[in-house]
Design a binder for this molecule. Structure first.
Ligand SMILES: CC(C)(CO)[C@@H](O)C(=O)NCCC(=O)O
Ligand code: NA
Length: 615
């Protein structure tokens, strides 16, 4: 961006921003020095399973809501209209299914790491493959998360880009390492509130400077930014109801059903129904977050439509535009630019810290502990802290990769979720819903899913097939018939050109698959290849898998049907072996890993007592 257009931070802004960083480190220090002082992995990684519902749910939405969404969603709305908002439909099934299928099943197995499931259901090899895939996903995702706010601050104020990346990484590593999961959860709560405050401030000021709500509405309508439900079934159409509302469900399942960064937080509840309740509480918060970002995009459109920005902004991407707009709106209101930057960094820090903590957990539980079963508790805690630090450094390197990609950050993040998260989701689905799947099938399926996802993902980058329909860049202030016709012409021209000139064929058509389908597509490959290979190599028999690892789909469906219109019962994932009490464990399991789990976790009764005396 041209330096002459950069806004300057006032002293108040720096104070607001510094306060945020200080508060986060302060919370980390507090939990480092209070409670059990983070001397056990149980406290460091699982918060002693003593967290309450509201903090847990605010912390849950923070995991995948980073500066990427705060900048990326308004940029998307600004350029392509409000179609993206329909991803909110995917939140319904995308949170209900984890709450009633994935979380209960995993919770009852008393796992520390979600990937322990893969060993109970399949074998050690599958668990290691799953863990490595997860680590890969989170490390590249963290790169985007660390890079985005630094890039924004740089674009807005000319602040040194890599210096900021370094500071973000270090602050976050510091409080995660010091305070463990309790610090992660409480910083998340604080940071989520700052995030909402920043967005609301921008919206209020923006609406006022545009001339009120009705004015915003009028301009947005004139600019054709309000999208109706697009029911086009074409899977290469980037954003339609099907890609967002249905494809998005798979994306949500991979994030909220089986991603360790989420699942770990849900395991930090002592009592099972509370763990389910926290899933429900994520829904309104996520809708609020989505709604605020979309409204911010609309307000920005209303404020700036008709202006030419290419001169002011040079060739910087749309993401930088959002920052420019925000800084421009908040000009002359000392403290507010600082609040917005604090909002971006809050959103990013809360995501990065849960990623660090979950990465440290899976590396410890899945890759290290199984090989050193006699490791002392102090040593294990020390190693976990060293791990959190090393992942911190690794993600700084990944930030550089994002810098090189130079694409819209939202697109990059959602592609990573789909391409790598989809196959992991497929692996869990294969295990939970298909009793015949065996370990060979699981490994082959995961491999095939990853290859499929990367083939289409990299293909789309190389051939630049995005399936995006560009809307006309600006609106006019006066609605005239001529203007409407002009817009109509442009739109039909674009539609025609996509229909007759650049409609992709063959492999190109495959590469232009909407990125919102990546998760569903790769999940399906894992299941299909997994089942085929399982049947070829000798499928598992009914009851051969560890009890409690297979979800009795048919039993639950028929139960659901028979109770339907009045009150659907929560299906019990353990079928005939199930226990009615909330934190019952599966009976009659004496596999080595089950014993290991029991050693790691305090027994059920003491957990309930601890819960009653906690916080
Ligand atoms: C992942 C969803 C769709 C839902 O949580 C949303 O938060 C989002 O678009 N996130 C983008 C990635 C990020 O903000 O880091
Ligand atoms: Na976040």
């Amino acid at each position: 961006m041209d330096p002459s257009n950069q806004k300057h931070f006032s002293a108040v802004d720096y104070v607001v921003f510094a306060l945020l960083l200080a508060a986060s480190v302060g919370i980390g220090l507090y939990y480092a020095l209070s409670g059990g002082r983070q001397r056990t992995t149980q406290e460091f990684l699982m918060a002693d399973r003593s967290m309450r519902c509201l903090p847990v749910s605010l912390s849950l939405i923070a995991s995948f809501q980073s500066a990427v969404a705060i900048i990326g969603v308004p940029a998307e709305i600004y350029t392509h209209g409000t179609q993206y908002w329909f991803i909110g439909c995917a939140y319904i099934l995308g949170l209900l299914i984890p709450a009633h299928v994935f979380i209960p099943l995993l919770y009852r197995l008393k796992l520390s790491s979600a990937y322990q499931y893969l060993e109970l259901r399949f074998s050690k090899v599958v668990r290691i493959c799953g863990t490595l895939t997860f680590i890969f996903q989170m490390v590249i995702y963290m790169g985007v998360c660390v890079y985005t706010p630094a890039f924004a601050l740089n674009a807005a104020t000319g602040f040194q880009l890599w210096g900021t990346v370094l500071i973000t990484g270090l602050v976050c590593t510091l409080y995660t390492t010091l305070g463990g999961l309790k610090a992660v959860i409480w910083t998340d709560v604080f940071q989520t509130l700052v995030m909402f405050a920043g967005q609301i401030a921008v919206i209020i000021v923006g609406v006022e400077r545009t001339g009120g709500m009705s004015e915003v509405w009028r301009k947005v309508k004139e600019g054709n930014r309000l999208s109706g439900l697009d029911l086009n079934p074409d899977p290469t159409e980037r954003h339609t109801f099907w890609t967002l509302g249905v494809g998005g469900v798979f994306l949500m399942l991979s994030l909220y059903g089986v991603n360790q960064a989420q699942v770990q937080r849900k395991f930090s509840r002592k009592i099972f129904p509370e763990s389910v309740k926290s899933c429900y509480m994520v829904f309104p918060s996520l809708q609020l977050a989505l709604g605020l970002s979309c409204i911010m995009g609309l307000v920005m459109f209303a404020r700036y439509c008709g202006e030419d920005f290419s001169e002011k902004l040079g060739s910087s991407s749309r993401d930088a535009m959002v920052i420019y707009f925000v800084m421009d709106m908040l000009q002359g209101l000392p403290g507010l630019p600082g609040l917005f930057v604090a909002c971006l960094f809050s959103a990013a820090l809360s995501t990065i810290s849960s990623a660090f903590n979950s990465l440290a957990t899976v590396t410890m539980e899945d890759l290290i502990k199984p090989h050193f079963p006699s490791m002392s508790e102090e040593r294990a805690t020390l190693v976990s802290k060293a791990l959190a630090t090393s992942y911190g450094l690794l993600c700084l390197a990944m930030a550089y990769l994002t810098h090189l990609m130079g694409d819209s950050v939202l697109l990059v993040a959602l592609k990573i979720f789909g391409m790598v998260g989809g196959p992991i989701l497929g692996l869990f689905c294969l295990g939970m819903f298909f009793p015949w799947a065996n370990s060979k099938g699981a490994v082959a399926g995961l491999g095939a899913g990853l290859v499929g996802a990367f083939w289409v993902g990299i293909g789309s980058i190389v051939t630049r097939s995005s399936g995006a329909k560009r809307l006309p860049p600006s609106c006019h202030i006066n609605t005239t018939a001529a203007f409407q016709t002009a817009i109509g012409n442009v739109t039909s021209l674009e539609t025609n050109s996509t229909l007759f000139f650049s409609r992709p064929t063959g492999l190109h058509r495959f590469y232009s698959l909407s990125y919102m389908w990546y998760a569903g597509f790769s999940c399906l490959i894992v299941i299909l290849v997994g089942l085929t290979v399982s049947f070829l190599t000798g499928p598992m028999k009914e009851g051969e898998a560890t009890p409690g690892t297979v979800y009795p789909l048919l039993v639950s469906l028929s139960a659901l049907m028979s109770f339907f219109p009045c009150c659907p019962k929560i299906p019990s994932p353990q079928g005939p072996h199930s226990h009615k009490e909330s934190n019952g464990t599966a009976s009659g399991q004496h596999t080595p890993s089950q014993q290991q789990t029991e050693r790691l976790l305090p027994d059920a009764d003491s957990r309930v007592i601890e819960y009653e005396t906690a916080v």
